[in-house]
Each structure stands twice: as structure tokens, then as C-alpha cells.
Design a protein around this ligand. Sequence first.
Ligand SMILES: [Zn+2]
Length: 283
Amino acid sequence: MPELPEVETVRRGLEQRTKGMTIARVDVLRPRAIAAPDDPNLFALALKDTQLQCWRRRGKYLLADLQHGADAEPAGQWGVHLRMTGQFLWLETDRPPCPHTRVRIWSAQGPELRFVDTRSFGQMWWVPQGRATEAVIKGLSKLGPEPFSEAFHAEHLQARLKGSKRPIKNALLDQSLVAGVGNIYADESLFAAGIRPHTPSQQLGLTQLERLRQALIEVLEISIGAGGTTFSDFRDLTGTNGNYGGVAWVYRRSGQPCRRCGTTIERDRLGGRSSHWCPTCQS
Ligand SMILES: [Zn+2]
């Protein structure tokens, strides 16, 4: 599943390829891919003849500003969530769509931006100009601070985790605590901070929470630099896989020796997800 670094990699790819692009035509092959408006034809009409401006990311949501090309009037926003398997492909030459193609968007200049989604959980929204983004993309209002923002600090974690017996691993996956973190980066940052994933959240002091915050930021920055991870079937716009997998400390390494101390990495299920940790390095 794409996490923050993968979505950020996609954002950069989209920005590079589509900034200033005029949308000539939109084909919705699977109506369910469009979350709003209700009628997918209205979505296609809303995007047609607009020009894409900058792409932003909030948690795992992608948002593009749209403009009417001729008079530079704002034309609302285009929102995307990749969910489990959604991916964009940039096609310079015409290629027939695969069975998992959900939405096709043609640039006036020729190339196609194609949205392919095997599991079909990915979603798109058009937010009309003047409407609050959160009123249309409701999930946005539930998001906690961005890991790289000033609002994400140890005191925020302490206040939110106070009195919580929930394992810290589960808390990290909660998008209202911090936006964009999923299984891979939760496991890797807990290893880097030396904290066992089962630890009840309320037991962590300010020093440990600050260590965890720094570890999370570091792990995310490394992964963004590497173009996202190879653990999932994630691909960027050119079909390239990232290479974070080469430096994973614990994720999907159960049964193998810890890269730091040699102890066998263990695995457990927490909150329905596999957790990987080193019993020696994490206490
Ligand atoms: Zn170890």
C-alpha cells in the first residue's frame, strides 16, 4: 500500500509531467473510481479544458489546482487517493488500456495520464471552486499533522497518547495522530527509536516520543529520497520501483538476523497488521 513517501514520489512525478498541461479529454472506464461528483460524466466535464497547476499532498491524498486555460480563472481542485494499488502511468505513445485501467486523461499536447488500479479502491474527486475541500473530500478533516510540519512534535504525541493502553505501533497507523504513516515506516521508525511495537502508548515519556518523532522523519526522508519503497507493488509514473528495500532494518525481515546486533527479528500481529522488531534493540 502506498504510504507517505510513495505518495510524495507520485506527487513529484505528477508535478514534473503535468504542471501546465491542458486536459483535452477524460474517459472514466470505471464509474466507482469517482467519489464526487456522483455522476462520473460531470467529473469528466469538470476537468475537460482545464489546465493543471501545482500538485500538493496531504497525508496520502493528492490535490491539484485547476484553472481555465484561457482566462486563468480557478476551476476547482482535483483530488486523488491511491488506496491499495492505484497508480498513474504517463504514456507518450498510444497503448491499449489493460483491464485494470480506471480513468484515462489526455493532454492537449498528446500524452495520456492513465490511472490503473488492480484492487479498485482508489478514488478521485472534483472539488468545485468555492467549496471547502474538506466538505467534498471528507477524509481530509480526520487527518492529524503532517510529519514534517511544526505541528508534529513530542508534546502533541504525549497529549494524544495520554492514558492510552493502545500499542504504539497501532497508534502510529492512526491517521488522526500523524498523517501518512503506514506499516513499513511505523516498523522502521520504531526500530530506529529503540521502542518495541507492543509498548502501551501511555508508557512512553517525552524523551522517547521525541526520539520516535525524529526517527519517523528520518525514515520518511530517506525513503522519499530513494523514490519510495520496493516492498509493495508501488511504481512511479515511469513504472520504476523505489529502492528503500535495500536498507530495511526490520520490515519483512522476520527470521533473519538483526543488521545491528544479530538477534533474530521477530514478527507479530498488532491491530491486524504484521509487526517486525528486534527483541534486543527494541525494549
Ligand atoms: Zn538488534
